[in-house]
Design a protein around this ligand. Structure first.
Ligand code: DGI
Ligand code: FE
Ligand code: FE
Length: 190
């Protein structure tokens, strides 16, 4: 799908602020893709659609989770975690996007996962460091993003888990799997 058409398709599904965030994620993802020799075309499309399902009614997302092969344990965790996995299905159902790498990057953009692909990392990190973000510690992650993709993802993952634990929130298993796997990648498999 052409990028202009993709942007046109996504816009009506998002609030104005979310649409602007999406455009910043696109920009950031393309830069990361260029730096780390990933396909900028795939990064662009995945970024445009990464929050596609963000504003779907909860009962609609719940229905998609129940009727698809998505993990049912999602239903036991915060509904904020649903828009990635459901979005990955909706882009295929509603826009015919069947590129598994793009669908995976959309699916896992909030949590990460074990064995993240380079495209997964690019989208996960772009969503975290886009210039509109001001989480504590984001500046350090931005600096690392220019040097080491895996280490920057690890920092983002660690910050997210600390943040969630700081507010007594449950942490979804994929979020921990991402952190553990990224830690092992940095330590050379230990
Ligand atoms: O959709 P965005 O706001 O652009 O960003 P996102 O998809 O990364 O979602 C961010 C939210 O998801 C943020 O409030 C933290 C939350 N989150 C990420 N991992 C987990 C989580 N929330 C819970 N409860 N558990 C997680 O493992
Ligand atoms: Fe998101
Ligand atoms: Fe986002």
């Amino acid at each position: 799908m052409e990028i202009d058409l993709a942007i046109e398709k996504v816009k009506p599904h998002l609030t104005d602020a979310r649409f602007k965030h999406t455009l910043r994620v696109v920009d950031t993802a393309v830069k990361l893709a260029q730096t780390y020799h990933e396909s900028a075309v795939k990064a662009e499309l995945a970024a445009v659609f990464h929050d596609y399902a963000k504003y779907r009614p909860l009962r609609e997302m719940e229905h998609w989770i129940k009727k698809s092969t998505l993990p049912k344990d999602l239903l036991k965790y915060h509904s904020e975690l649903w828009h990635g996995p459901v979005g990955a299905l909706l882009v295929e159902a509603e826009h015919g996007i069947t590129d598994c790498e793009i669908q995976d990057a959309i699916h896992y953009h909030t949590t990460g996962r074990a064995n993240m692909s380079k495209l997964d990392k690019v989208i996960f990190l772009a969503d975290y460091i886009e210039p509109g973000r001001n989480f504590p510690g984001v500046e350090e992650v931005r600096e690392m993003a220019e040097l080491d993709l895996t280490k920057a993802c690890w920092m983002a993952s660690k910050n997210t888990i600390s943040h969630l634990m700081g507010k007594n929130a449950a942490v979804y298993p994929d979020t921990f799997y991402a952190y553990n796997d990224l830690t092992r990648q940095l330590n050379g498999g230990i």
